[in-house]
Every structure is written in C-alpha cells, then in structure tokens.
Design a protein around this ligand. Structure first.
Ligand SMILES: N[C@@H](CCC(=O)N[C@@H](CS)C(=O)NCC(=O)O)C(=O)O
Length: 89
C-alpha cells in the first residue's frame, strides 16, 4: 500500500497491505491528494476494530466523527465501491 501523509489527519483509513479493497481506497485518496492516516488492522475481529466496523472487515474509513464504512453515524456505506463514490463526490 502506498505511504500516506505522515502528518496527523482527521481522515483514517483502516486496512492492511494485502487487502485489495483497502488498497483501492488508499490509491484513490493518494490520487486525489487527500491526507489520511493509515491505521493497520492486525485483527479484524478484535473488540477494538469491531467497535469501528461491526462487520469486522476492512476498509473502514473515518473522517472526523463520521465513520464511512462500519458503524453508521452520518453515512451508511457498506463497502469500498460505495466509499469510492463518496470520496469522488
Ligand atoms: N464488500 C467489501 C468487502 C471487504 C472485504 O472483503 N475485506 C476483506 C479484506 S480485502 C476483509 O476485511 N477480510 C477479513 C475478514 O473478512 O475477516 C468491500 O468491497 O470493501
């Protein structure tokens, strides 16, 4: 997965390097020049990550208080294609 910006960002991408669904989101964020923090998820079924995404899958994407994949708050997007549409929007 390409290296994200090192600076702290309000955007967090939860994923791991061999996750193609995570890589496609990272590629899009990089292409658009959007800063984000990559949070490497070692265990998608850990209580900590299930609190982010109860489905226990990556990618999960958080922008501020809005988790775009996972626990619906403002958005209710269910997978990486929907995330792509949201980021492009
Ligand atoms: N429909 C989802 C599928 C996400 C998905 O399958 N993620 C995989 C990694 S690429 C995953 O989290 N696998 C771990 C698991 O299911 O426990 C998307 O397109 O984002």
């Amino acid at each position: 997965m390409a290296e994200p910006a090192a600076a702290a960002s309000t955007r967090k991408l939860y994923g791991y390097e061999l996750s193609s669904n995570s890589v496609r989101i990272a590629a899009l964020l990089n292409e658009k020049g959007l800063d984000y923090e990559l949070v490497v998820v070692d265990d998608t079924k850990s209580p900590e990550f299930l609190a982010i995404n109860p489905l226990g899958q990556v990618p999960a994407f958080q922008d501020g208080d809005d988790i775009l994949f996972g626990t619906p708050k403002k958005f209710n997007l269910s997978d990486s294609p929907e995330l792509i549409v949201s980021i492009l929007g």
